[in-house]
Design a protein around this ligand. Sequence first.
Ligand code: HEC
Length: 229
Amino acid sequence: MITKMRKIGNIGVALIALIAMVSCKNDLEPNYQYMPNMYSPVGYETYGEYNIEAFENGQAAKLPVEGTIPRGFQPYDYTNTPEDIARAKAELKNPLEYTEESLASGKNLYTVYCAVCHGDKGDGIGILAQREKFLGIPSYAAEGRLITEGAVYHVQMYGLNTMGSYASQTNEEERWQITQHVMNLKAALEGRPIVEPKKMSEVDASQMLLTGDAMAEPEMLEEDHTDTH
Ligand code: HEC
């Protein structure tokens, strides 16, 4: 009796194993490949090193065509030299309208990135200045400093001495929003009137989002292209 039960048990196990094996069988593919790299192509690694003529720079990944920029990237024409700092201070102008939205965003970003050093009011007495972690943080109203819109934008791009760059944390639009807020802090510190935000209904929509403009560009290029043919 016990041996019979065992036999039935064994048959059961064998059946289940058989069903499992058969159910995985795929008639469309060979079930066993001898040296698969004789049949299947071997892909090139994107950044692998290859001494092949087809790869000019020795790797499968090509360099971008000269003079091209990634989508959404905004070129910045000023370097971090004294001449270019002076040029940015003099000629770089805020392209954004002052709206409630842009000022609110600017204030928010300023609180996140700048206030620890420069203080909520821009007087240079942020928490890190109070604790003497950073020295020499100027007030935005400091005499002898030419703090223009261009200066505020430029210093965010490159930093200045102990102040670091914020170019990787913020995009172009955000840096101009921060600049608007800083210019208003400066005006308040100097007792001048601040720029009051425009109502949304008064704002030309095309002036609102720099990033929106940048995205629209390729379409415009295409239109130009068809016009000339
Ligand atoms: C770690 C502290 C720190 C943080 C954070 C910081 N700054 Fe500064 N900032 C400084 C110091 C220090 C200087 C003075 C640098 C110098 O003149 O050597 C300075 C200078 C400046 C100036 C004057 C530039 C000029 O041309 O004289 C501006 C404008 C400015 N910061 C804006 C900002 C903005 C906007 C942010 C946030 C995005 C920010 N800072 C974040 C420390 C900081």
